[in-house]
Design a protein around this ligand. Structure first.
Ligand SMILES: Cc1cc2nc3c(=O)[nH]c(=O)nc-3n(C[C@H](O)[C@H](O)[C@H](O)COP(=O)(O)O)c2cc1C
Length: 213
């Protein structure tokens, strides 16, 4: 991508019609760790982010994923590799749920560093894009005290499963990654202290036949 990358990128509106049924998506879902370097489209990224945290009611409060007391602790970052998403430059982006947009957080392709912070799981830099689901625990702990920690962890599972199913419906591959060094991932992503990474989910086209898994 050129140097004219805007600081804010408005994603195409997500679709609510897919080519396979929910039941098929559930049946076909698999963790896939082999990706082609081919970029994904902005519509595909839009759909993945919407499934994870998109707003689904007209006055803008409720989302695709349930949240204890609607406290919404999750924040999503997109690690876009060089030529990772059509028309989007390499960098770390923050997903803004309110207007379904991305804000550039840091320029540059940091996939290799991210893989290094996650036990060198090489599919993190082989995939064109990595979604990192993070949480600001205090939002939920404020209402629920220590039990809020459990609620945040349950919630990230909901978001992760939606990403799995949406990726499956789009013919894309993903895998939920929980094995990483928290502090190193925070450093690589230049995250503020209160934002904690919980899941890394590489996204891309599958290198092998999904049905064969
Ligand atoms: C909490 C959690 C953490 C996981 N962490 C990793 C990981 O670090 N690396 C990895 O390759 N797979 C990881 N996985 C994916 C599992 O290995 C995978 O779900 C399991 O092998 C079952 O395969 P399936 O998802 O295709 O049904 C994780 C899954 C969960 C639920």
């Amino acid at each position: 991508m050129g140097n004219n990358q805007p600081a804010q990128i408005y994603l195409p509106a997500p679709s609510q019609k897919g080519s396979i049924s929910l039941e098929e998506a559930i049946a076909r879902r698999r963790s896939i760790r082999d990706f082609t370097p081919e970029p994904i489209s902005q519509s595909q990224l839009s759909q993945i982010l919407w499934s994870a945290q998109g707003i689904t009611n007209t006055w803008g409060r409720y989302r695709t994923v349930p949240s204890a007391g609607a406290t919404y602790p999750l924040e999503i970052f997109v690690v876009c590799g060089r030529n990772g998403v059509e028309g989007i430059g390499e960098g770390i982006y923050h997903y803004n749920t309110g207007d379904h947009s991305l804000t550039l957080h840091h320029k540059g392709d940091i996939r290799l560093e991210l893989a290094g912070a996650a036990l060198n799981q090489e599919f993190i830099y082989e995939a064109p894009v990595d979604i990192v689901i993070c949480a600001v625990y205090s939002r939920t702990l404020l209402s629920y005290g220590d039990r809020g920690e459990r609620y945040v962890h349950i919630e990230v599972g909901h978001a992760g499963q939606n990403i799995y199913l949406q990726a499956t419906a789009l013919g894309l591959a993903t895998v939920a990654i929980g094995a990483f060094n928290d502090e190193q991932v925070k450093k690589v992503l230049r995250l503020e202290q209160q934002i904690k990474p919980l899941y890394i989910m590489p996204i891309g086209n599958p290198a092998s036949n999904i049905q064969g898994h």
